[in-house]
Design a binder for this molecule. Structure first.
Ligand SMILES: [Fe+2]
Ligand SMILES: [Fe+2]
Length: 377
């Protein structure tokens, strides 16, 4: 039997997973595709939807798709670290006699050498990488390099591509109860399961509170900022919860009077005060404990030297969200897709030069951020 194995957290199952299953089956004639849900989250700090719910969502897909089966080797093994070389060896033993292929995304292929014992993984069964987006040439070059590096490796690139789908963006739409937008990425039966079981609604009371406290316009900007942040979080290794909370709260004090007398702020510009108040409100009013989130809010307008990954993400998202229109914004957005760090530096420069040209007061933090990131004038 020709069998493909597709692993993932499936949090939740979405259109990219479905496309991989259907296209791989159609193009390569697999008799079945085994879905292998992650049991223990790979990074302990990342919150993950309970295993049972993720598996139930996979079952809904399997019920509708004859070639799909769910295998729970990871759960059965209950390893603290479910390294692929261990799990795949067990799957190979379990499905002895099958002609197995391990399907992975091109992003995983690009990090293959960072896996535990990549030489062992490469030998267990043929690996087929599916290009996520327009990265075929890069994936093919990487596959050739890995085949040369690891003895017995049989790594290929699938002859079909997949559109990259971000699970963070889907989680965001669920948190916002925007089921129409979620429907662009997940089938109806998954939306039904999510809403019936109250999944992905950790922040619903916070969202409703902010919706009622902000003007419609500011709330829409906030949502678009969160959208941009969720879409790009993976590029900076930022988890969904941090990106979501920092983005949704970044402008919470934008329409409020300053919380302190003017002289107690380290700025002369009124425009900047809301970032400090926003940080204070995040902790004191909305109960955020994570200093990284509070810090990202604190400097989202000015920037600062040595920003955290989350700080950069919120700084960028606030200024490049889909509602922004100013000269150069399209180019900056395109750069964000390609190279987020380069985009951050270009945005700092763009901002600084704009302020200088317009004769506006430049906050000392903005000047220091500009100097820190070594951007020549
Ligand atoms: Fe702001
Ligand atoms: Fe903003």
């Amino acid at each position: 039997m020709k069998t493909a194995v597709l692993g993932g957290t499936f949090d939740p199952l979405h259109s990219e997973h479905i496309a991989i299953v259907l296209k791989a089956t159609e193009r390569y004639g697999f008799d079945r595709v085994i879905l292998e849900p992650t049991y223990n989250p790979p990074h302990k700090h990342c919150r993950i939807t309970p295993y049972e719910d993720r598996v139930k969502m996979l079952r809904l897909f399997a019920e509708r798709t004859p070639c799909v089966e769910i295998d729970e080797t990871e759960r059965e093994m209950a390893l603290e670290h479910a390294y692929s070389y261990l799990v795949l060896s067990e799957i190979k033993r379990k499905f002895e006699g099958d002609e197995l292929t391990y399907l992975i995304g091109s992003d995983s292929l690009m990090k293959f050498t960072e896996w535990r014992n990549p030489d062992k993984v490469a030998k267990i069964m043929p690996v087929m990488a599916v290009p996520r987006g327009d990265v075929r040439a890069m994936a093919e070059a990487e596959a050739a390099k890995l085949n040369a590096a690891y003895e017995g490796a049989r790594i290929t690139v699938a002859d079909f591509d997949c559109e990259e789908v971000s699970s963070s963006v889907i989680k965001l739409y669920f948190e916002l109860k925007d089921y129409d937008k979620a429907a662009e990425y997940v089938p109806d039966y998954i939306i039904g399961y999510v809403s019936d079981n109250g999944l992905y609604s950790v922040y619903s009371s916070l969202v409703e509170r902010l919706r009622s406290e902000m003007s419609e316009r500011l709330f829409a900007h906030t949502v678009r900022t969160a959208e941009f942040a969720a879409e790009h979080a993976w590029q900076l290794n930022v988890d969904f919860d941090s990106a979501f909370l920092a983005a949704i709260l970044h402008d919470s004090r934008k329409q409020c009077p300053p919380m302190h007398p003017a002289e107690s702020y380290d700025t002369l510009s009124k425009e900047v005060i809301h970032q400090y108040d926003g940080a204070e409100a995040a902790s004191d009013v909305y109960g955020v404990k994570d200093e990284r989130i509070i810090d990202a809010i604190r400097y989202h307008t000015t920037g600062k030297p040595d920003m955290s990954a989350l700080g950069k993400l919120i700084f960028i998202a606030d200024k490049l969200e889909a509602g922004r229109s100013y000269e150069g914004v399209e180019e900056l957005r395109a750069l964000a897709d390609k190279d987020i760090e380069a985009c951050f530096r270009a945005l700092l420069r763009h901002n600084y030069e704009y302020l200088k040209r317009s004769g506006a007061q430049i906050d000392p933090l903005t000047s220091r951020a500009y100097a820190w990131y070594n951007i020549a004038e």
